[in-house]
Ligand binder design. Structure first.
Ligand SMILES: [Zn+2]
Length: 716
């Protein structure tokens, strides 16, 4: 591609090429073709020749540095740019390249000043490089648990991304918002508060906001802190300080400022929002934590070790999924170390909250990797304490001299002490019906909330228990915030906290509904504002947008409320994937202990499906879903008639589905209806609806409606 002589000169002078470095254009054009043709060696050689002709020329130096970066010679790039920038600190392109080089050579912390300069100087003319830097920083922050910084750097990266990378970064941002392993309060956007102040201060605020738009949040935080000295009672200013520190990855200072904002806000909802975020950020700096530990060892013979561990009475081998050829190799084996031996397991119908077997630690075994000369290894991981040590001893005894052990070390993961009591890892004896497991787990969480949590002194409540704090008005904001934090903890474990029930138990009034107008920009709402949306008051258009967003964020209780609201609005339903809505409602009811209601949504979905011309496969796929759910509770009286429908009605029409349906029965531990006629009690046949059907055609609507629920259908 020939250079445009009327474009700005690549040396960064700001003049047009024709009136600046025209004399180098021919040589540089040839070099850029070498780079494009993947001949970086030749390009570098010619650049060195040019460098001798016109030493230190901006265009030549930055191009050399760029080629070094692209070929992975980051040290050479860094040193070349450092020398150059000492003499030409104003060169924008070199500033951005230097930040990239230091980041790659010396890591994020060492690169922070260089990155700040690059963001500030380079955002306008070199947006794609700023976008790349921000995306790389997001990865580091994410790995360090600095989640608000990770998300905001992704948003920054998207803002500056070149067209061809926007989609990829957008998907990363969606994946972050959709990641249910992260507390939902830290997902989604957190809008900067509006600050009303006199002219002189407004000018400063604008300056802070300008720095924030190019990712210089450290500088914005400094400016906001100066404003806070003049307006020490302004909650919004402290809120701004807190967000900027959080986006900069400084969670400690963010938490301090957000606690302060929470104390000052007159608006209780804003106060609770700041406080809830601060409480979660406090966990990163909490010293009262339970560490996850790892004890590793090298194995002399994996085969003999597996034989020994299989024979150990308190070890249970975990069934691993089939190896995905595109995924990293699975471990050779995984075991759970239990508090009981298999012979001590209670029978399924005798299981109670107290006697379900518990896991004390997990044992993971990796095969040797001869390619990188790694020996076979074993790891015992679990939360520190006497039970973990006991588990390690059990594994050592079982392994004998087949393993050479090292001392236990922390893995870096931890749980704040205050929520340790809320979760346990259960191991259900084989043949425990899924519905029973779910019921016990639901009861256990209910007790964990209403007994354990209510009576645990929390640092966020100044050492009071929630039950105690409920009687003290000055702790109201902190207590309400800690309920949302609890909600986030429960949701990560798959339990949908009933917040109104908790509020009632504490005799507390909840937060008011968010105020919404037709102009409200829904995508800029914070997670807590989402939960407070007055669903019935939203326009059809707003509610449709809310449902789409709710399906992404997956806050189960909010999603359920939003879906229940939307099925009442025919105008919205025409805009949405109706089958998916009914399927999601049924799924939410299924996993959150509303079995009967789930069948209601199956019936609604089936009725809707029967109205359109693909009715046979739609009805069939709803029947299959219902069968899967009824199989979770083998004593369900609705199972037999449905099983009969599969034998006598679908059986002759779709003989190819029989092995799959039989497999579903086998997995549920229920005898196949084809081999045990006793399960068939009724002989009424549903009327035939006819229609041509192929497995592929049936899979399409079911897949679309499945929503990742793991539902199996033939043809997938
Ligand atoms: Zn020039």
């Amino acid at each position: 591609m020939a250079l445009d002589v009327y474009a700005p000169c690549p040396c960064g002078s700001g003049k047009k090429l024709k009136f600046c470095c025209q004399n180098l254009a021919e040589d540089m054009d040839r070099i850029s073709r070498l780079i494009e043709n993947n001949q970086p060696r030749q390009a570098l050689q010619q650049l060195e020749v040019l460098d001798r002709k016109s030493p230190g020329h901006h265009w030549v130096v930055t191009t050399r540095a760029l080629v070094y970066l692209e070929t992975g010679e980051v040290l050479a790039a860094r040193d070349l740019l450092k020398y150059f920038l000492d003499q030409h600190p104003e060169n924008e392109f070199a500033t951005v390249l230097y930040a990239t080089a230091v980041f790659q050579c010396d890591g994020l912390e060492a690169a922070r000043p260089a990155i700040a300069r690059a963001f500030q100087k380079g955002a306008r003319r070199h947006p794609s490089m700023v976008s790349g830097l921000a995306a790389a920083m997001a990865t580091v922050f994410r790995a360090r648990g600095r989640l608000l910084a990770a998300r905001e750097h992704l948003a920054l990266s998207l803002r500056f991304a070149p067209e061809e990378q926007r989609q990829e970064i957008f998907v990363r941002l969606l994946d972050f918002d959709n990641d249910s392993t992260l507390p939902y309060l830290l997902r989604s956007a957190h809008p900067m508060p509006v600050i009303h102040a006199e002219e002189a201060i407004t000018t400063e605020i604008r300056k802070a906001q300008k720095y924030a738009t190019v990712g210089c949040w450290n500088t914005s935080a400094d400016i906001f802190e100066k404003i806070a000295e003049q307006l020490p009672q302004a909650a919004e200013v402290w809120h701004g300080v807190g967000l900027c520190h959080a986006w900069d990855g400084n969670d400690d200072r963010a938490a301090t400022a957000l606690h302060k904002a929470a104390e000052l806000y007159g608006d209780v909802s804003m106060a609770v929002e700041c406080e809830a975020i601060a409480q979660i950020l406090d966990w990163n700096s909490s010293t009262d934590r339970l560490n996850r530990m790892e004890t590793a060892g090298t194995i002399s013979s994996v085969g003999r070790l597996l034989t020994s561990l299989d024979a150990a009475p308190r070890l249970q081998r975990v069934e691993l999924p089939p190896q995905d050829p595109n995924a990293p190799p699975l471990p050779a084996a995984v075991y759970q170390v239990l508090n009981l031996t298999a012979s001590e397991f209670p029978a399924a119908d005798q299981l109670t909250l107290e006697n379900v077997p518990r896991s004390l630690a997990e044992v993971i075994i990796y095969d040797a990797d001869p390619q990188v000369n790694d020996p076979a290894e074993v790891e015992v991981v679990g939360f520190d304490g006497a039970t973990y040590d006991e588990a390690c001893q059990l594994v050592r005894d079982a392994a004998g001299d087949l393993v050479t052990w090292t001392a236990k070390v922390p893995t870096g993961e931890f749980v704040p002490r205050e929520i340790v009591g809320l979760s346990v890892t259960w191991w259900f004896p084989p043949k425990t019906p899924v519905a029973l497991r779910r019921r016990l787990e639901h009861q256990r969480w209910h007790n964990a909330v209403h007994q354990t949590w209510m009576s645990t002194p929390l640092p966020a409540l100044r050492g009071h228990t929630p039950a105690d704090a409920a009687t003290q008005t000055d702790l109201r904001v902190r207590l309400l915030a800690s309920i949302y934090v609890l909600d986030a903890v429960c949701l990560r474990s798959g339990y949908a906290l009933d917040i109104p029930e908790v509020l009632q138990a504490l005799n507390l009034e909840g937060l008011p509904a968010a105020e919404i107008s037709a102009e409200t920009h829904l995508n800029s709402l914070s997670p807590l504002q989402w939960l407070r949306l007055p669903l019935d008051a939203l326009s059809d258009e707003q509610l449709t947008a809310v449902v789409n967003r709710a399906q992404l964020i997956h806050h189960d209780r909010f999603l359920y409320d939003a879906l229940k609201a939307v099925v009442q609005r025919p105008a919205c339903m025409t805009e949405l994937d109706v089958m998916r809505i009914y399927q999601t409602l049924a799924d939410l009811c299924r996993v959150h202990e509303r079995r009967e209601e789930a069948f209601h949504w199956f019936a609604e979905g089936r009725q809707h499906g029967a109205q359109n011309h693909h009715n046979f496969e739609q009805v069939w796929s709803w029947d299959l879903r219902e069968l899967l759910m009824r199989l979770e509770e083998p004593s369900d009286p609705g199972l037999a008639p449905l099983a009969q429908k599969f034998v006598t009605y679908y059986g002759p029409k779709l003989p190819q589905m029989r092995p799959y349906v039989e497999q579903m029965f086998a997995l549920a531990g229920v005898p196949s209806p084809w081999s045990s006629p006793s399960i068939i009690m009724s002989d009424t046949l549903p009327a035939s609806t006819g229609g041509l059907w192929t497995p592929d055609a049936a899979a399409a609507p079911a897949q679309a409606a499945g929503g990742g629920s793991g539902l199996w259908v033939p043809g997938m």
